[in-house]
Write a protein that binds this ligand. Structure first.
Ligand code: SF4
Ligand code: SF4
Length: 305
């Protein structure tokens, strides 16, 4: 569970998020928690986005999914990469999130479950080896029995981010329970009032990278593995989607990630992940908008700039 997100949601209920007081509080909070980012991690938490597209099209989506063509991550690349991570960590990670886009759109989803669990042990008492799939939940009701059986067999937990759309959570919980699968729901209230933060990109790349990194709540909290490389966040991973749709040229280079095959050990990867990357110059967290009402994307560049 990401407690920093829960804390922010709680604050927003009581304080006007457009007020100067809230902005100052937010800056203070980011500076105070920056220690967590630069502290060396002991165990790895990471995401793999197995699709870039999604069936929900939310405005402000950090993965740029409303702009994405259908894209499904290569199972063999995933297998090779998680095997390498397992070698580096002795099969002991804290968490792996199988995410997207919408991961349930991947036609070979359960193969990811088998491969991931084959690489990483599960030690619930010590909170190691949690593997979960993060979904908007809309495709869960139509999953075949093989999906639930695979979740059960591989100890895969389902985590639903709830949006203001019709979704029978109780029925899904019932199904999951029948198969012995753990299912939890973020933002679970009867009246779902999902709020969104916007990612404000500075297309000209004029931001100070240290300042952006310290203000950023994705840095080190949303570590992404993609094509043999580890990133401190998912934004450079998906920037091609933004560039292609809006004909922009925001550049991500190899300096924004670390090659997991060239790293000598996991500590070298941890060292890399706790530092700003050149790409941080494109993120304007000072002027980002928070607590926006959820809506469908109009696919306008202003949703991300
Ligand atoms: S459900 Fe998630 S991935 Fe899909 S468009 Fe919305 S924010 Fe993006
Ligand atoms: S590039 Fe840097 S500032 Fe931007 S989201 Fe990633 S870590 Fe945060």
């Amino acid at each position: 569970m990401n407690y920093s997100i829960l804390l922010r949601q709680m604050f927003r209920k009581f304080i006007n998020t457009e007020s100067r007081f809230y902005k100052n509080l937010q800056t203070l909070y980011h500076y105070l928690t920056s220690i967590k980012k630069i502290r060396k991690h002991k165990y790895l938490n990471f995401n793999v986005a197995i699709t870039k597209h999604c069936n929900l099209n939310c405005a402000y989506c950090f993965a740029f999914s409303p702009l994405a063509h259908e894209y499904c991550y290569d199972v063999d690349i995933f297998k090779k990469d998680v095997f390498r991570i397992s070698e580096l960590t002795d099969g002991k990670i804290r968490e792996l999130s199988i995410a997207g886009g919408e991961p349930l759109l991947h036609p070979r989803l359960t193969e990811f479950f088998d491969i991931a669990r084959g690489c990483f042990g599960y030690y619930p008492k010590k909170s190691f080896g949690n593997i979960f799939v993060i979904t908007n939940g809309t495709l869960l009701a139509r999953q075949p029995e093989s999906f639930w059986v695979s979740c059960r067999k591989n100890n895969i937990e389902i985590r639903i981010t709830k949006y203001p759309i019709k979704l029978d959570i109780n029925a899904l919980k019932q199904t999951a329970g029948n198969y012995g699968v753990k299912l939890i729901c973020y933002h679970e209230t009867d009246k779902t009032e999902k709020r969104m933060d916007s990612l404000k990109l500075d297309i000209l790349g004029r931001q100070n990278i240290k300042d952006s990194f310290i203000r950023c709540f994705l840095a080190t909290d949303c570590i992404n593995l993609y094509n043999g490389r580890m990133y401190t966040c998912g934004v450079p991973v998906n920037i091609d989607v933004f560039n292609n749709y809006f004909d922009q040229n925001i550049i991500s280079t190899d300096k924004d990630s670390i090659d997991i095959y060239k790293a000598h050990d996991i500590n070298e990867i941890f060292d890399f992940l706790r530092k700003p990357i050149p790409f941080c110059r494109y993120c304007d967290w000072k002027n980002t908008k928070t607590n926006l009402p959820w809506r469908i994307s109009k696919k306008e560049i202003t949703e991300w700039t």
